[in-house]
Design a protein around this ligand. Structure first.
Ligand code: NAP
Length: 263
């Protein structure tokens, strides 16, 4: 079941584990024999999941509440994790949110919190835990980006750009680490059936609904790619085709097409 990197007895930190893709990733990691540190803001949900995974897989599961949209959130989480767990073998940077609508209409405060969550906290956690993995000579990092990372995204302007940051920075770091046993994988889901759209203030259109995958499918594909050290995984055949094809178009046309899909 290890498929490249053996998760048995390893400890994985999963951000955004209270819902959606993160919750399913936690389930898949536990099924592979990993112990878990689960974090998000909704402690009750994390505790419920910890209880389930402890009973069903015998996983040791620690729960840590954190708000990664706060400027000090990632540092506080790092300190909380290190006070209890000297070694983190796997980092899953999944916590994230979007804001839908015209970019100039959003309150700056909300956008700044989203960027802190999607970009700054993710980058800080990555740097911190990747450095420790490099010192130990082993580790795996799974970054949850999006198919939004592949082109400009009118209606999700800052969100799409935040995911482009995740994709580009992670691929660059993965190349820097090519000779080590620390591997970084970027999971790029397309539309997935989670609370994401409700939180973003976006009612999905028919096309988004019809191509949506369930989060357990996305989680399984992401973890499988991480275990084999694959750099980028796009979930779903139609997403694979569009995310590849869009790169051949002029960028202005990419933006026009994305606007038609996302508005
Ligand atoms: N659903 C999609 O269509 C889709 C497509 C592509 C990429 N993604 C990406 O997939 C990742 C997971 O999203 P999802 O679809 O599973 O959405 P979701 O169901 O809304 O889950 C988001 C998770 O992030 C956590 N989170 C949100 N704000 C947070 C904060 N300030 N501090 C700490 N944790 C926070 C949430 O927990 P709390 O609310 O309890 O804090 C929750 O566990 C995100 O990075 C998202 O951008 C989603």
């Amino acid at each position: 079941m290890s498929n490249g990197f053996d998760l048995r007895g390893k400890r994985a930190l999963v951000t955004g584990a209270s819902a959606g893709i993160g919750r399913e990733i936690a389930r898949v990691l536990a099924a592979h024999g990993a112990h878990l540190i689960l974090t998000a803001r909704r402690r009750d949900r994390l505790e419920e999941l910890a209880d389930t995974l402890g009973r069903s897989h015998g996983a040791e599961v620690d729960v840590m509440e954190s708000d990664l949209a706060d400027p000090g959130g990632a540092q506080a989480l790092i300190e909380a994790v290190e006070s209890r767990h000297p070694i983190v073998d796997v980092l899953v940077n999944n916590a994230g949110s979007g804001i839908h609508g015209h970019g100039l209409d959003h309150e700056w405060e909300a956008e700044a919190r989203m960027l802190q969550l999607n970009v700054v906290s993710l980058a800080q956690l990555t740097k911190h835990f990747a450095r420790a993995m490099v010192r130990r000579g082993s580790g795996r990092i799974l970054q949850v980006a999006s198919t939004a990372a592949f082109q400009p995204c009118p209606s999700y302007a800052a969100y799409g750009a935040s995911k482009a940051f995740v994709l580009h920075q992670s691929e660059a770091l993965a190349e820097e680490l090519r000779d080590s046993d620390v591997k970084i994988t970027v999971l790029c889901p397309g539309s997935t059936n989670t609370e994401f759209f409700e939180v973003s203030g976006n009612e999905r259109n028919q096309m988004q609904v019809s191509t949506s995958l369930d989060p357990d499918v996305v989680a399984r594909q992401g973890v499988a790619a991480m275990l084999t050290g694959k750099r980028v995984i796009v979930t779903g055949l139609s997403n694979k085709i569009t995310s590849t094809g869009v790169r051949l178009l002029p960028r202005r046309l990419q933006a026009i097409l994305a606007r038609k899909v996302l508005e």
